[in-house]
Design a protein around this ligand. Structure first.
Ligand code: SF4
Length: 149
């Protein structure tokens, strides 16, 4: 009973799991703005949390510090299909200001897990992040539809 109710709810919502793998938190502050009345991401049925086991989309910020190399792979394995990864900010794309000679960041994230889309910027605007999430949501829904057949 509980499982089928959960399936019904999941069918009409998209869950985004945020993973900060070592940034300055600037991008995460922009993500918080998505909850504000100005952007109101929940009006699209999109819920942000940090549970990879319920994630339709894995949203990655940060430059992949030494400690995150294995963690990001484990999180990706835990996520159910379709395992759509969205990189937000320059850090997961290139390491940005943290990518110094002799440093210990391991960007890009795409070296460790498949990345579906990227939003560059330091930090990107909330509207750009929202547009990226809404762009990849149809893929998440389509993939889920195939699973249910
Ligand atoms: S991209 Fe810029 S704002 Fe975002 S975590 Fe990296 S340094 Fe901070």
């Amino acid at each position: 009973m509980f499982k089928s109710l959960k399936d019904i709810v999941r069918k009409s919502s998209i869950h985004v799991c945020i993973v900060n793998c070592g940034g300055c938190n600037g991008c995460d502050v922009e993500l918080v703005a998505l909850y504000s009345p100005r952007y109101d991401i929940e009006q699209y049925g999109i819920y942000i949390h940090n549970n990879p086991r319920e994630a339709d989309v894995i949203l990655v910020t940060g430059a992949v510090t030494e400690q995150w190399v294995d963690k990001i792979k484990r999180i990706y394995i835990k996520a159910p299909e379709p395992k759509i990864v969205l990189c937000v900010g320059n850090c997961p794309i290139s390491g940005d200001v943290f990518n110094q000679e002799g440093g210990t960041v391991h960007a890009p994230v795409s070296d460790f897990i498949p990345v579906a889309a990227e939003v560059s910027g330091c930090p990107p605007r909330p509207s750009e992040i929202l547009n990226a999430v809404l762009t990849i949501v149809p893929n998440a829904i389509a993939s889920r539809g195939r699973e249910k057949k």
